[in-house]
Structures are given as C-alpha cells and as structure tokens.
Write a protein that binds this ligand. Structure first.
Ligand code: 48H
Length: 263
C-alpha cells in the first residue's frame, strides 16, 4: 500500500491542534495539579458537572502513586464507601472482607483516567506547575498557575514559563504538596506552613484526609496526600479510598461554589 502522508502535514496538524488546545486552556474553571488518584477523581466529577477542567501532570503517564501499589505489588486496597466510585467508573474489585476490596493497579489507573477524559477533562502530560498567579494585597487570592515543560526544568535551561488562569486551583501533587509549598514560600501573607505528614496510622489518616479536604486560601484547594502534608496528619499506606473520596469531596465543594449545584 502506498502512503501519501506528508511529513509536513503531520507537523502542521500536531502544532495547530496543540496550539488550539493551549489557547482554549489559557483560562479555565479549574486547574488540577497532578494526575494521581485524588486528581483524577476530582477531574472526573468536575468535568462531569460541566466545569472546564484541566489536569497538568509532570510525568508522561498518569496514576501517580497508584502504579506502585503496595511496595510494587500490583494490587491496592480500597474500603467502603470509596468502592462505589470505582464501581461507577467500571473498575473491577474483589471483595476480601466486609467493606474491603482489592483492585489491580493498572485497572484503576486506566479506568480513572478514561472516565475523567470521557467526562471532558483535559489531561496534559509532561507539564509541571512550578508557581501560581495571584492577586490582592493583604488577602491574596490564587487566580491561576504557572506552567513549564517538565523537560525544560530537567534540562536546567532558562526558559520563562506561561500562565494559565483559573477560578480554582487544586493541589493534588501528593506527599510533597508542591503548590502549597510554593505558596507558603512565595506568598507569606497567607501564613501557610507545610509541615509534612505524620507516620503511619491508617484509619485516622483516611478519616482526617477526607475531613480536611477543601479550600486552603481563596482560590486554592488541596486534595489527597497534600492535605495530610498541610495538616500534619498521618499517612495511610497503600489504601486508596481516602484519595478517591478526597478528590470527590473537593470536586463537590467546587461544583457547589462554581455552579451552585451538587453532584
Ligand atoms: C505537575 C505534579 C507536580 C507539579 C507532582 O502522589 P500522587 O498519587 O497523589 P495523590 O495525593 O492523589 O495520591 C497519593 C497516593 O498515591 C499515595 O502516595 C498514598 C496513598 N500514600 C500513602 C503512604 O502512606 O505513602 O500523585 C501526584 C501526581 C504525580 O503523578 C506527580 O507526578 C504529579 O502529581 N505532580 N504534576 N506539577 N508540580 N508535582
């Protein structure tokens, strides 16, 4: 079979479509930083509610800590009521005892990402959020993020980044709470101190992570392990119910705020 596909056509289409997306994404309802379990769950519910949602993920893959399972074993544990989220998106679960389920790590990554994308969220890989955009004097408000190609950061070359405006930014960057850490360092008026998480205590960690999920300062929200880092609460180990419920909770808060309706 002869092919008449022209190299220049491939180049032109990639750049044209990517540029169109970036122009569209320069102003969104919600920016989610990090495509781990909390970020993908939040993206699914936000996009499903019709909010213009973009996820920036530093790596060229999604899933965050899901892929590592427990010490690289390809299974993870989810407890009730978070199993209902995985059922909703068609992820297979095996019941091991009352209220406790096991899933394959690859299945959970694929189903979460697929449902977020199908709901209308954009997931942009290979982009790192390394700062925020803010306004205001004594009571600053976060109004967007500063983005850079991860490859540029890794190369250590001086390239000025771009800004993306958003009504809300969610830090879903996991243990390091990267967005909150930048804000704590660069906007001291907000009095944010990121102490990091405490040692392992699963039940308490799961409860507190979900309870403390929410707005950190005007325009900035936290979900997932970033919440534990902010509130200095325990880690939970490879159980992912709290991450999913935290992502869903932050989405519900924002849907109510930005659309005035519940999930
Ligand atoms: C763009 C970034 C940036 C950045 C990081 O670590 P994650 O899986 O985060 P969560 O909070 O959704 O889930 C935590 C869970 O995986 C976990 O680690 C648990 C339950 N641990 C318990 C324990 O005891 O250890 O995903 C964060 C994602 C990753 O994909 C990063 O690459 C990405 O965010 N990321 N993306 N810009 N500045 N920083």
């Amino acid at each position: 079979m002869t092919s008449l596909i022209d190299e220049a056509t491939i180049t032109r289409n990639i750049i044209e479509k990517a540029a169109k997306d970036w122009i569209d994404l320069s102003e969104v309802d919600v920016v989610i930083v990090g495509a781990g379990p909390s970020g993908l769950a939040a993206a699914y519910y936000l996009a499903k509610a019709g909010l213009k949602t973009v996820v920036f993920e530093r790596k060229l893959s999604f899933g965050g800590g899901i892929g590592g399972g427990g010490m690289l074993f390809h299974k993870l544990v989810v407890q009730s009521p978070a199993d209902s989220i995985l059922r909703e998106i068609g992820c297979k679960l095996e019941k091991v005892e009352e209220g406790l389920f096991v899933a394959d790590t690859s299945a959970m990554i694929a189903k979460l990402a697929n449902s977020a994308i199908d709901a209308g969220a954009k997931i942009i890989l290979g982009v790192t959020v390394d700062d925020v955009i803010y306004r205001g004097g004594e009571k600053p408000q976060i109004v967007g993020v500063v983005v850079q190609w991860t490859a540029v950061i890794m190369a250590g070359i001086h390239v000025d980044p771009l800004g993306v405006k958003a009504k809300a930014v969610i830090d879903c960057t996991g243990h390091d709470a990267e967005v909150l850490s930048v804000v704590s360092r660069k906007i001291p008026e907000l009095n944010l101190f990121i102490q990091g998480e405490k040692s392992m205590w699963t039940t308490e960690a799961e409860k507190l992570t979900v309870e403390n999920t929410g707005e950190v300062c005007p325009g900035l929200y936290a979900a997932g392990m970033a919440v534990a880092a902010l509130h200095n609460t325990p880690r939970m180990g490879p159980i992912f119910g709290g991450m999913l419920l935290s992502g869903k909770k932050v989405a519900e808060l924002l849907i109510e705020k930005l659309k005035g309706k519940t999930v």
